[in-house]
Design a protein around this ligand. Structure first.
Ligand code: 13P
Length: 252
């Protein structure tokens, strides 16, 4: 089963508008002609529109970093799926560990957001991953299984096929400590097994699973060589065109 790789940059709460536009334009020009992989940028939402315009006529897709489940309403501080799409987003990151741990978003809330994204045709990237304590207590697989089961609650098979997963071990995010390619591959293989149990093997074989956590130019090739790693969700190294370019142009 060949799955099209996706290299995604999560800009978190970084960059000024000018820097965002400049970086997006530079990435768009280095992606021209690429046709065997997808590239995505998730800027802070206030820059979505400007970034979307900068990558127009290039294969680069744009994503939100979170989304509400309703199209409109009294939800101060939230952004609706319709608004994200208006600003040019095709995808949205959900359940990022920073949302879960700093803002206490529960599996139930993440599921609500996921259902909302799907209802309005935004492609969700569902982030899952264990903390260092959970890994040391050998809870990794149990944590991943629970995040997947609760994250996919009430998602029908047809919608589940549209979802991407990002495995981001919390201890590897922004720490410079990448999971080894074996640790990442084991987790991705496990995730595929869980999806197969929740739905069916055919779906599990189709779903793209990205790895995230200290992905850098010097480890992307070996991560991408693993059979169940279908791409990367990149934080720090996505903030500079040189390093992100190298990651986009990985070779196995
Ligand atoms: P770093 O690449 O900076 O570790 O961040 C990973 C991440 O959180 C991507 O969503």
């Amino acid at each position: 089963m060949s799955r099209r790789p996706l290299i995604a940059g999560n800009w978190k709460m970084y960059l000024t508008k000018d820097e965002a536009v400049q970086l997006a334009s530079s990435i768009a020009s280095s992606c021209r002609g690429i046709d065997d992989r997808d590239v995505m940028l998730a800027p802070p939402s206030i820059f979505l529109q400007a970034v979307s315009e900068s990558v127009r006529d290039s294969p680069v897709m744009v994503a939100g970093q979170n989304v509400c489940w309703e199209s409109e309403g009294a939800f101060t501080g939230e952004i609706s799926p319709v608004m994200l799409k208006n600003a040019g987003a095709a995808m949205v990151i959900l359940g990022h560990s920073e949302r879960r741990h700093i803002f206490h978003e529960s599996d139930e809330l993440v599921n609500k957001r996921l259902l909302g994204a799907l209802r309005f045709d935004l492609i969700p990237i569902l982030c899952i991953g264990e903390t260092l304590d959970q890994r040391e207590e050998e809870q990794t697989f149990a944590v991943l299984e629970q995040q997947l089961a609760k994250g996919f609650a009430d998602v029908c098979l047809e919608d589940a096929e549209k979802v991407l997963i990002a495995y981001e071990p919390v201890w590897a995010i922004g720490t410079g400590k990448t999971a080894t390619r074996e640790q990442a591959q084991d987790a991705h293989y496990f995730v595929r097994g869980v999806l197969s149990g929740l739905y069916e093997k055919k779906l599990a074989d189709k779903v793209r699973i990205l790895y995230g956590g200290s992905v850098k130019p010097d480890n992307i090739d070996s991560l991408m060589a693993e059979p169940d790693i279908d791409g990367a969700l990149v934080g720090g190294a996505a903030l500079q065109s040189e390093s992100f370019d190298r990651i986009i142009h990985f070779s196995k």
